[in-house]
Unconditional design. Structure first.
Length: 491
């Protein structure tokens, strides 16, 4: 039988309630009590109502602190059982604190996986992508319920070969969600379900290469305008399809739309949170981009890859809402839920939907129906939105701690991409510093890539740092690595 923590015992574990910053007091106190063992593994916390009454705070304050700690892996939310204290790895022998690292030894970062327990990454192991979310935040219980409910609602006919456009229930749920969350102009018939944005781009660029979804252009290889810097993965997809890429500079207001080339048949952009610089495409630039598209019967491919993960700014609507006849909106659950699901969507005008559905049919006969049904149930129940709110809180807190550590370690350095998403950009003085930073971060298991490697025609030095898995105790190590790299001289 699990031990239940009485509300009064919780108050004793936390210590005296301060007159202000009670949310910070509650989070820090609970965290310390779990880490040092005053709240034992497996013990069940009081309900939010009982805890709030005993502590003299609002239920919302309790819920927020608990959600953050669940995201950090210190608490575990179990349906019908309540919130319990997680089992943490045993501390190193020789004292309650962390063991001192030998002089010159590479620091190690403990990153969360599975049910929330940490694991040490082997130094030098290949890190994950800078845009990958923390798998410990995946809403396992909510997803399991969604799978059950979604599959239960499937008709027998749904269990044959899938509709290559996607399960109607998911297309309808996505249309509702994108209208509300992204301001998109979309109906279910405009949606094509794909296996992630990578597949969406693969299918679309091949349609572009054959001239099936854009107006006629100059003879020779079809050109696509891309942001400079840009995603290396997207550039590789374009090149693999035989397309020519033309880099267009990005500044503080996003893509320089006045420099878009006349010979390009499409533009690939990330307007809500540019990768990798993190800037937002300004209103005047949006209008100029759409005017360019209209003037040449061109397409705009809008990669909406992490637009919902915003922290310190107001929501930015999709460009697609301004011209749904020329903008193709791409999105997926890879940044918020998990890239393992391979679920994404394309919102496109009718002239693109038909050839895209045919290309999807030839590619793989359609996306897994049970997973589509589960995502439709997750969206319809509100669980997707609840997870989004929780993930924002966790990532925002981790990002704030990391930014504070970087401000101390690298005073005067302007870190980019801070208002949204799962990565930061740290400028560095040269190529040698960039290599040292990326190698050092990889050595401690932190995702990173060189900023110069994302350039098309320009090559500024810096580190693109994945922040989703950097926990509280990791920020000092990350800051130390980047400070040491910034002192590296040479080419």
């Amino acid at each position: 039988m699990a031990t239940r923590i009485e509300p009064d015992a919780l108050l004793l574990a936390l210590g005296p309630r301060p007159g202000r910053d009670v949310g910070r007091w509650l989070h820090a106190g609970l965290r310390a009590a779990v880490v040092d063992g005053r709240l034992e593994a497996g013990a069940v916390l009081p309900s939010s109502r009982d805890a709030a009454a005993a502590l003299g705070v609002s239920r919302g304050t309790v819920t927020t602190a608990v959600d953050v700690l669940v995201g950090e892996g210190l608490l575990v939310s179990r349906p019908r059982s309540g919130v319990v204290v997680a089992a943490l790895p045993a501390p190193p022998s020789g004292g309650a604190g962390a063991a001192r690292r030998p002089t010159g030894a590479a620091p190690r970062v403990e990153l969360g996986t599975g049910s929330g327990a940490g694991r040490d990454l082997v130094p030098g192991a290949r890190p994950v992508s800078v845009g990958t979310p923390d798998p410990a935040l995946f809403p396992r219980a909510a997803w399991a319920r969604a799978v059950r409910d979604g599959v239960r609602g499937l008709a027998d006919a749904d269990l044959g070969y899938p509709d290559p456009q996607g399960l109607p229930a998911l297309r309808e749920a996505l249309a509702v969600h994108l209208r509300r969350a992204r301001g998109a102009h979309v109906a279910a018939d405009d949606v094509v379900v794909v296996s992630g944005v990578a597949q969406a781009l693969s299918l679309l660029v091949r349609l572009l290469a054959t001239g099936r979804v854009a107006g006629p252009g100059p003879t020779g290889r079809v050109a696509v305008a891309v942001e400079d810097p840009s995603s290396r993965g997207a550039l590789e997809l374009l090149h693999d399809a035989g397309l020519r890429t033309v880099g267009v500079p990005v500044d503080a207001d996003g893509l320089r739309a006045d420099l878009l080339p006349d010979d390009a048949r499409a533009a690939l952009v990330t307007p809500a949170h540019q990768f990798p610089l993190g800037v937002v495409l300004g209103p005047a630039r949006r209008r100029a981009l759409l005017a360019w598209a209209a003037a040449g019967d061109r397409l705009v491919l809008e990669d909406d890859y992490d637009a919902e993960l915003r922290y310190d700014r107001q929501p930015v609507a999709s460009v697609q809402a301004l011209d749904p006849e020329r903008v193709v909106l791409l999105g997926s659950v890879s940044k918020l839920l998990s890239p393992a699901l391979r679920l994404g969507w394309v919102v496109a005008p009718p002239r693109v939907v038909e050839p895209l559905v045919e290309a999807k049919r030839h590619a793989d006969l359609g996306t897994s129906v049970p997973e589509q049904a589960a995502l439709a149930a997750l969206l319809g129940s509100g669980a997707y939105q609840r997870h989004l709110r929780r993930a924002r809180l966790v990532y925002q807190r981790r990002r704030r701690l990391l930014l504070d550590a970087l401000a101390r370690a690298l005073p005067g350095v302007e870190v980019g991409g801070v208002a949204a998403g799962l990565h930061l950009v740290v400028p560095l003085p040269g190529a040698a510093a960039e290599r040292a930073a990326v190698d050092g971060l990889h050595a401690v298991g932190v995702p990173a890539e060189p900023l110069s490697g994302t350039g098309v025609d320009r090559r500024e030095a810096g580190a693109v740092v994945g922040t989703a898995r950097v926990r509280d105790g990791d920020v000092g190590v990350v800051a130390d690595v980047l400070r040491a790299a910034a002192l590296t001289r040479g080419r």
